[in-house]
Design a protein around this ligand. Structure first.
Ligand code: PHB
Length: 401
């Protein structure tokens, strides 16, 4: 046994151990042999279904299902199955979870995650294995920069892309001294870093960057510090349940009237009902807004509401576009998942008439898209204007760019 194991490749070893892992961890992964074109296409989803980002994972998944259902639940004429795995938004489990899907369940396509730390591990393995992977939320810049690969696509945004324009905008408004606050992990730090870059380039100064451990929501001491610092404004990145708590605490601490609150749009997306009055007047930048008066958006929001009973948000839009990307490419190759080059080419050529507006992929496979300036008014993320048009991530370090 020991001798035999010594001769196994790392890949084979992984295949054996993770196949056992998936079988043990889930009940829905069929471990049957492939039967060529007749086998169901397998799409692995690594998304958070528990914890602070749970609502985000559910909206991405349900909007994907809506997109698939609208296409008759077939892609390239073939049936398919979704293999959902809870990422728990935990980077420490990300490599093992990715291996469960790629090596264990042998998925044809991989999609997810929400958390940037999970994305870094997932993209690294997907690149090595060559699995076509569509990032449906996480903004980690590196995924479409230094870590980019021909088989890695992102339908959401890069952290830089949605935050740099807010730095410029806040300086344009005459704000001079700002404090930033976020969770202490790649996603948060990249967002406040991009805000800082835009703000300081335009003449502002970030006087303090506050970091709190992910996914903690004990903000009181930090809010007391902000009150003492008396900045002109605060820029924050939080999302999901953490964003709800932060915006409410900011209001309860009496800061909102004295120090205006800005952020990337995740601070107020999918959260407004729970935040209530506390969110009114918060300015954010994002590649989407509920109230966009585009036919594709109006239609999508109605369909999502009917299918789920919930309101769509940016996460739902990203899931929907991910499903439509997959369907379009698979239709082009008539369901031949082995036609990797043609599939990648079809994806690269996709032009989206999305609920967020029209967009396409950059050479490094990140969306080129408008970033909107939004203000919360009467419980809605109202579009105030376009903060920056057709924003393309700088894509530094990607051989494809
Ligand atoms: C990220 O970790 O990149 C992230 C998480 C939640 C969001 C946006 C970005 O809403």
């Amino acid at each position: 046994m020991i001798d035999k194991q010594r001769h196994l490749s790392r890949r084979e070893l992984l295949r054996q151990t993770t196949a056992a892992g998936v079988a043990a961890a889930t009940t829905f992964v069929p471990m049957r042999p492939a039967i060529g074109q007749q086998a169901k296409v397998k799409i692995g989803l690594l998304l958070p279904y528990t914890g602070t980002y749970a609502a985000l994972g559910h909206n991405i998944t349900d909007a994907m299902k809506l997109g698939f259902a609208e296409a008759g639940n077939k892609m390239g004429g073939r049936e398919f199955e979704l293999i959902q795995l809870d990422s728990e938004a935990d980077p420490a489990k990300a490599a093992a979870n990715t291996n469960k899907l790629i090596v264990g369940a042998k998925v044809d396509f991989l999609s997810g995650p929400v958390h940037s730390g999970v994305a870094m591990a997932m993209a690294k393995i997907a690149r090595e294995e060559g699995t076509i992977t569509i990032i449906s939320n996480a903004g980690a810049n590196a995924v479409t920069r230094g870590m980019c690969g021909p088989n890695i696509f992102r339908t959401s945004f890069s952290s830089w892309q949605v935050c740099f324009p807010m730095g410029t905008e806040m300086a344009r408004r005459g704000l001079k001294r700002a404090v930033s606050m976020t969770w202490n992990y790649a996603g948060g730090k990249e967002m406040t870093g991009a805000f800082r870059e835009g703000f300081e380039k335009a003449g502002g100064e970030v006087i303090k960057e506050i970091l709190v451990p992910f996914p903690n929501v004990e903000f009181q001491a930090n809010l007391t510090e902000i009150a003492a610092l008396k900045p002109d404004a605060v820029f924050a990145f939080f999302a999901g349940a953490g964003a709800i708590k932060f915006v409410k605490d900011y209001g309860d601490a009496g800061l909102k009237a004295r120090i205006p609150l800005y952020g990337s749009g995740f601070l107020t997306d999918g959260t407004l009902r729970a935040q209530g009055e506390a969110a009114e007047g918060v300015f954010t930048t994002l590649h989407y807004a509920d109230s966009l008066q585009l036919p594709a958006n109006i239609r999508f929001r109605a369909a999502f509401k009917q299918a789920t009973g919930r309101d769509a948000d940016v996460y739902a839009v990203q899931g929907y576009d991910t499903a439509r990307l997959l369907i379009g490419a698979m239709d082009k190759v008539k369901g031949d998942t082995g036609a990797t080059k043609a599939l990648i080419g079809a994806m690269e050529d996709t032009r989206f008439d999305s609920p967020r507006g029209s967009w396409h992929f950059s050479k490094s496979h990140n969306p080129v898209q408008d970033v909107y300036l939004r203000e919360v008014k009467n419980g809605d993320n109202a579009v105030v204007g376009i903060a920056q048009k057709a924003v393309s991530d700088p894509g530094t370090g990607c051989g494809l760019a």
